[in-house]
Design a protein around this ligand. Structure first.
Ligand code: ADP
Length: 257
């Protein structure tokens, strides 16, 4: 990690949907290794920012620089391969696959495995690459405390555990920057406390840079080193959790929520 340079630089980013300005001339930076909170009232443009970074929607104007490389115009797959992965506000898993298979398919995406597999006929009953991916998938499940659920069908897991599985899938893509979109949504207080621990653990273990969108303020204030606050697509404040908590513009934005 080059600590003098931001990992991600958002510059004058704008996006409209019809007449709705979802993101409005937004600029902020993410420093190497930090957990940055992205907060704001409902509909303020947070998820759109993630959708623009991950290439889900084309931007109207601005730049998104990841490790100095401009991501604008790149397809989502290229952005994943360059080192950014994310989770979704509405969980996206392969519901009828097992927990283990869900992670394995993500590992597949991140490797050239499927390509090689097409050329090599393994003489053994167990393909060594498949075996290795199985072990890697189990490692990831262990990391998010889901090892014991490996063979469960994903959609039968309680909601909070599905959220953890989404994180394991995002990690399987081997990101340097991880975007977490409301990972504590639908979790009870005990589960969100565990989630804070989990995020802190993977952050440290994987040397990750993280942007976290989260409604649960206790989660945000507990693990974010810095916070960017947006309202109507524009940045209204930026600072440490302490600074944000007593910022009048932030309090006003949330009162209207
Ligand atoms: P947040 O994540 O902060 O709740 P969003 O980024 O989801 O906010 O939404 C910001 C604004 O953009 C909202 O007014 C929302 O209705 C609008 N918006 C987001 N995505 C779309 C879309 N695909 N089509 C039309 N409008 C959208």
């Amino acid at each position: 990690l080059d600590h003098s340079q931001p990992v991600l630089k958002i510059e004058h980013l704008s996006k409209k949907f019809g007449g709705v300005v979802a993101v409005n001339d937004l600029s902020f930076e993410v420093r190497p290794g930090e957990i940055l909170g992205l907060i704001g009232p409902n509909g303020s443009g947070k998820t759109t920012v993630f959708n623009l970074i991950s290439g889900v929607y084309p931007i109207d104007s601005g730049d998104i620089l990841f490790e100095k490389k401009n991501l604008v115009g790149q397809p989502p797959t290229a952005i994943v391969l360059s080192g950014i992965s994310r989770t979704f506000q509405n969980i996206r898993l392969f519901g009828s696959m097992t927990v283990l298979e869900n992670v394995q398919t993500a590992l597949h995406t991140a490797s050239n495995y499927s390509l090689l597999e097409a050329f090599i006929q393994w003489p053994w009953s167990v393909n060594p690459m498949e075996q290795r991916q199985r072990e890697q998938a189990l490692e990831l499940l262990k990391l998010v405390d889901l090892e014991e659920y490996a063979d469960r069908v994903a959609k039968t897991l309680p909601y909070g555990l599905q959220r953890k599985l989404e994180i394991a899938r995002a990690l399987a893509l081997n990101p340097r920057l991880l975007l977490l979109d409301e990972p504590a949504a639908g979790m009870n207080p005990k589960e969100s406390l565990e989630l804070v621990d989990l995020i802190a653990r993977i952050h440290k273990l994987r040397n990750l840079t993280i942007i976290l969108i989260e409604h649960h303020m206790d989660v945000v204030m507990n693990i974010c080193e810095r916070i960017v606050v947006i309202n109507f697509g524009s940045k209204i404040a930026e600072g440490t959790p302490q600074e944000i908590q007593c910022n009048p513009a932030v309090l006003e934005a949330y009162l209207g929520d």
